[in-house]
Structure formats: C-alpha cells, structure tokens
Design a binder for this molecule. Structure first.
Ligand code: ADP
Ligand code: RBF
Ligand code: MG
Length: 149
C-alpha cells in the first residue's frame, strides 16, 4: 500500500510534553500528540516528514510535522510532533490540536550535526509553506473536521 492512499489523514488530541528539546536545542518548537494518537496510526502509514493544516482554538494554520523515531536522537519511542507555521507567545500544552495531513515531504533522516538537522527542518518548513498554497491543498483548510469545534 502506498502512503498516499492513507492521505488525507486526520488526527486530534491534547498537546503533551515531549522531550523538551524542540525549542531549546533546535529553536523549532513542536507540539507533541499523546501516545494514544500515535498508536492509532494505521499500520501502512510510513514514518517521515509531512505537511498539512492545524486547528487550534478556532484558528487554522499551516503545519509541518515529524512522524517517527527521530533517528538523530535515537528515540526508542515513536512520536507525532507538529510545528505550526505561526509565532505563539503563550504555552500550548494541554490545548486540543487537530490536524489534517495532506502531503509527504521526505523520510526521516540522520544528520552529522544539529546544524544540519536544523537546516533540513527549515527547508521542510519552506516546502510545506509553498505546497499548502496549491489550490488542491487549500481545499483541506476548510474541511469540516478542522472547522467544527
Ligand atoms: P516538547 O518537547 O515538550 O514538545 P518543545 O520544545 O518541542 O517541547 O516545545 C513545544 C511547545 O512549544 C508546544 O507544546 C507549544 O506549547 C509551544 N509552541 C510555541 N510555538 C509553537 C509552534 N509554532 N508550533 C508548535 N508548538 C509551539
Ligand atoms: N528528527 C530526526 O531525527 N530526523 C529528521 O529528519 C527530522 N526531521 C524533522 C522535520 C520536521 C519538520 C520537524 C518539525 C522535526 C523533525 N525531526 C527530525 C524531529 C526533531 O528531532 C524533534 O522535533 C526534536 O527532537 C524535538 O522533539
Ligand atoms: Mg515537541
């Protein structure tokens, strides 16, 4: 089964604390989904970097996310982490986050340095930003799953 058959993929859950290194080590915060949401992913859903739309407190934002084991940090736990393309001044832990995942960017990779990982993530953010402006992708922005609270 190709990963594209599983898109769009819809997920929702309360933002939990992750490893605490997204903001500190990388300067790129990620809102982490709880374990139950990760466990619900269908078997054929490939790990990797994806993009789509996020709903938070009645607003819709572009997002890019990492699904997998973060090879650079040798995590033993699979995670789903969302970086929202918006600057927030408040803490989002405990808030309900909904996403529709609409496209795939690349598989997870390992890197020689933190700087190389940061450069790759910044490039993912740019790709997500551009692809989500495509009319086919913009359609999902108004999906009922996101707009119904
Ligand atoms: P953790 O390891 O606990 O996930 P991070 O360093 O990845 O910590 O930071 C994640 C937190 O940063 C989120 O839970 C949220 O409260 C906050 N945050 C601020 N801006 C954003 C953003 N643009 N996208 C995602 N989370 C953000
Ligand atoms: N971690 C990796 O180990 N390899 C990756 O290729 C990778 N790509 C990412 C791409 C994006 C867009 C984001 C938001 C995160 C990515 N991460 C990757 C996860 C990163 O290591 C993680 O967010 C931090 O470790 C904080 O938990
Ligand atoms: Mg995080």
């Amino acid at each position: 089964m190709s990963k594209d058959n599983l898109l769009p993929y819809y997920a929702a859950g309360k933002i939990v604390k992750g490893f605490g290194r997204g903001s500190k080590a990388l300067g790129i915060p990620t809102a982490n989904f709880p374990e139950e949401v990760v466990a619900q992913l269908p078997e054929g859903f490939n790990t990797g970097i994806y993009y789509g739309w996020a709903a938070l407190e009645g607003k819709i934002y572009k997002m890019v996310m990492s699904i997998g084991w973060n090879p650079f940090y040798q995590n033993e736990k699979k995670s789903m982490e969302v970086h929202i393309l918006h600057k927030f001044s408040n803490d989002l832990h405990g808030k309900e986050l909904k996403v529709v995942i609409t496209g795939f960017v690349r598989p997870e990779a390992n890197f020689d340095s933190v700087d190389a990982l940061i450069a790759a993530i910044n490039n993912d953010i740019k790709i997500a930003d551009e692809r989500l402006d495509d009319p086919k992708m913009l359609e999902f922005k108004s999906s009922e799953f996101l707009t119904n609270s």
